[in-house]
Design a protein around this ligand. Structure first.
Ligand SMILES: [Fe+2]
Ligand SMILES: [Fe+2]
Length: 461
């Protein structure tokens, strides 16, 4: 299914839900005008679950949005459907894989027969359970803990796409470009919806699967930079896809070489240097890949000062987006532990990158990355004026000011039973000054390791 087919299928599903709801008010329940739309809707939902486990339908700013696709062609039945969701108090509906026609039927019936208005989410959840509706759940769109779950799923899905792409190449097959495109669109959408949740996941570093997590991280980080460049969507997606596939040419290399600790021999480095061209060739065979994306994959090691590989001819014009990938690539590499290097903290990594600014890295883009990650990037451990130790959980909403933090250790260094999110803008009533301020960063090695996604989930609750 391509994007357009998907959008029209999505519009169809929602329209069918609306039609069934509307006819329900006019005809008896057994009437075909009530039953048929429900069955059709269920049949149209099925293909979506071939490659995803959930389908989210939300109402945002008076627009119905299914999987990030706004439905604009409003019909009277659609309006009725939205009005019912709104009246009952349902901001978002999630269809899960395994949803049956009976579930859809019960859900529509629930919408039709529930007369109370503005119910709370827990109340609606209880009622749906009483009605026996399975595989359709409601959530609040501003429920942050759901955002983290969603972000993790989206990240995991992108990881799966990379794993498959690399496996395909190893087996002499051409990877599915549409899959990469879709995964990147999801990540881009999630970044807009909850930037902290999506960015926090780039701190996932899996040593054995270096290329996989690395690829997804570079994609997310490049998308974050592309967002600050205010580029049109198509170009942003192209950059994200380049990030996801930038090292796809490494599959041609022996795995031992990729994972080899210590310095490489001259011959080994010559082998490594082939991966951008290999990637360029692989992307050439894939569908749904923009020409510029291909160029970026070829150029991601050329470097800002053009001293990298493949060495560009003097008149060769590099794609400016190649520098976005290079910056994201460098940041993720520095913050990842390897057999030959310890992992740098986000701040240390940015410090090193500042020194590479204007040399191997584009200085403007290093600055943009810094700005999009904040002065204290997510995951940075900080000492507060109260002597408590906290971890940064989010960048400030306006990009400036105080980051969001969660306290992990009390002033004596004892770990709290659960991380406690605190607001640094909160004043101490007795002095009128902020109750807590950041004194500076602390060495994370002085404290037991923390799971960022665990922290984020705890404080989001
Ligand atoms: Fe690379
Ligand atoms: Fe890389």
């Amino acid at each position: 299914m391509d994007r357009r087919q998907m959008e029209s299928a999505i519009a169809g599903i929602v329209r069918l839900l609306g039609t069934s709801l509307k006819n329900r008010g006019l005809y008896p329940l057994t009437h075909p005008l009530v039953r048929t739309p429900v069955e059709k809707c269920h049949a149209e939902l099925a293909p979506f679950f071939a490659d995803r486990s959930e389908l989210a339908l939300t109402v945002s700013d008076g627009t119905l949005v299914l999987e990030g696709v706004p439905i604009f062609q409003l019909t009277s039945s659609l309006e009725l459907f939205m009005a019912r969701l709104g009246a009952i108090g349902i901001p978002a509906v999630i269809f899960e894989r395994g949803v049956s026609a009976a579930d859809v039927e019960l859900f529509v019936r629930f919408l039709h027969e529930t007369k109370e208005q503005g119910l709370s989410i827990p109340e609606i959840k209880t009622r749906l359970a009483q009605w026996g509706v399975a595989h359709i759940r409601v959530t609040a769109t501003d429920d942050e803990s759901d955002d983290y779950t969603l972000a993790r799923e989206i990240y995991g899905n992108a990881l799966g796409v990379v794993v498959r792409a690399l496996k395909d190449v190893r087996n002499g097959k051409t990877p599915n470009g549409e899959e990469s495109d879709r995964a990147v669109r999801e990540m881009s959408g999630m970044l807009t919806r909850n930037r902290d949740a999506m960015l926090a996941l780039t701190l996932i570093k899996n040593f054995d699967e270096y290329t996989y997590n690395h690829s997804v991280n570079v994609s997310v980080l490049s998308l974050a930079v592309a967002e600050t460049l205010l580029l049109p969507e198509q170009e942003r997606i192209g950059i994200g896809v380049a990030g996801l596939l930038h090292d796809v040419g490494k599959t041609q290399l022996a795995l031992d070489l990729i994972r080899k600790p210590g310095t490489l021999t001259v011959e080994e480095f010559e082998e490594i240097k082939k991966h951008p061209e290999e990637g360029f060739a692989i992307l050439g065979k894939m569908t749904h890949i923009q020409e510029s994306t291909r160029a970026v994959v070829r150029e991601h090691h050329m470097r800002y000062d053009r001293t990298g590989y493949p060495r560009p001819e003097p008149e060769y014009r590099m794609n400016p987006y190649s520098h976005v990938i290079a910056v994201a690539d460098c940041y993720d590499a520095l913050t990842t532990m390897r057999s030959y290097q310890k992992a740098r903290t986000p701040r240390q990594a940015l410090e090193i990158m500042r020194k590479l600014s204007g040399k191997s890295l584009d200085p403007d883009l290093v600055q943009l990355l810094e700005r999009s990650l904040g002065v204290y990037p997510v995951g940075t451990m900080v000492r507060l004026s109260t002597m408590e130790v906290a971890v940064v959980t989010g960048v400030p909403d306006d990009g400036k000011g105080e980051p969001k933090v969660a306290i992990l250790f009390d002033r004596s260094g004892n770990p709290l039973p659960t991380p406690e999110g605190v607001d640094l803008k909160e004043d101490d009533p007795s002095s009128g000054k902020p109750r807590r301020m950041i004194l500076g960063t602390v060495n994370p090695l002085m404290h037991p390791p923390v799971s960022m996604s665990g922290v984020l989930q705890t404080i989001a609750r």
